[in-house]
Design a protein around this ligand. Structure first.
Ligand SMILES: Nc1ncnc2c1ncn2[C@@H]1O[C@H](COP(=O)(O)OP(=O)(O)OP(=O)(O)O)[C@@H](O)[C@H]1O
Ligand SMILES: [Mg+2]
Length: 298
């Protein structure tokens, strides 16, 4: 069964003079998933999002939202999209609640109950009566998220939504994003924070120098990462393990040997067949940071 696709880009490219900011980016975000767009500073995340939102003209390629093409002259399908990109335009002299009320009065109009609901959702109910000009960076970010949620979007596109938030605030936003996904909202978020993507996303595309270098399930990216075994003679065990089929690398490491590319049961059986009894055998699960560094080492 194929999943309906909320956001799709095909061969998206953007050139700025000599700089190819985005190069042949093709991604498909399924409805109902939380999709991470991971890349370091300057990777092309905001430029890609800008094209998906019809804010930037692609040099080549196309973007579709719920199956409909998006361009700066055709943005109608974006009615079902809530977005947070950069600092949202708010009126400094108005309170957080008043700013949202102004946005709520724009078509399609939503009532004040929804304004209050979104303020609560993003944890801003207490600060809602304070003027926007006195807001901290994190509070501004939360208000931007509330604005993106106001019209009950089916697809949320968020460019680094936890920027400026403290760790507790980041965790709150992640929890909110997961709960929105459970309610059927598709979430596309860019981030340069590997652990954030690891915690909140179902699938991820990793962007580097404008190109997608890998795309897939977060669990898949983290699988198959090797085993650490503690053995009486690591050098001898390393020689023995070198010939195990499927092994991608063997490294003695103090009292341990680290074996890459094979599952722990295969390592245990192979050692037993050579009369080596490990006193410890630990499957290693690298974090996304290690995967990312391996992929982007160039
Ligand atoms: N309007 C522009 N004119 C010229 N170059 C640009 C423009 N916008 C972006 N770029 C360049 O395109 C590349 C990608 O930038 P982009 O802002 O999309 O990256 P990013 O992944 O969002 O980075 P960050 O994590 O810092 O937000 C960078 O080299 C940037 O300098
Ligand atoms: Mg950016």
């Amino acid at each position: 069964m194929t999943c309906p696709i909320a956001l799709e880009t095909t061969g998206l490219c953007k050139r700025y003079g000599p700089v190819m900011a985005v190069h042949d980016v093709s991604i498909a975000v399924n409805e109902g998933e939380v999709f991470g767009f991971l890349g370091p500073n300057g990777a092309g995340k905001t430029t890609t999002i800008g094209m998906a939102l019809g804010l930037i003209h692609p040099t080549a390629g196309s973007a579709r939202v719920f199956g409909e093409p998006i361009s700066p002259t055709h943005t109608a399908p974006l009615r079902r999209v809530g977005a947070l990109v950069g600092s949202p335009g708010m009126v400094p002299a108005l309170t957080g609640r008043e700013n949202l009320a102004v946005l709520a009065s724009l078509p399609p109009v939503v009532d004040m109950r929804r304004v209050q609901e979104t303020l609560q959702l993003v944890g801003l109910a207490e600060a809602a009566s304070r003027k926007y000009q006195g807001y901290s960076t994190g509070m501004k970010q939360r208000l931007g998220l509330a604005a993106a949620l106001l019209h009950r979007p089916s697809l949320l596109i968020l460019d680094e939504p936890t920027n400026g938030l403290d760790p507790a605030g980041m965790q709150e936003i992640r929890t909110l994003l997961r709960s929105l996904a459970r309610q059927g909202v598709t979430v596309f978020l860019s981030s340069h924070l590997l652990h954030e993507v690891e915690q909140v996303c179902d699938r991820v595309a990793v962007l580097h120098h404008g190109r997608i270098i890998i795309q897939g399930a977060v669990s898949g990216l983290l699988a198959n990462s090797g085993v650490r075994v503690r053995v009486p003679d690591p050098a001898q065990a390393a020689r023995v393990l070198q010939v195990l089929p499927g092994v991608a690398g063997v490294q003695p490491d103090g009292a341990y040997v680290r074996v890459e590319g094979v599952a722990s049961d295969a390592v245990a059986k192979h050692l037993a067949a050579h009369n080596i009894v490990p006193s410890e055998l630990v499957p290693c699960r690298p974090d996304l940071e290690q995967v990312f560094l391996d992929l982007t080492r160039s």
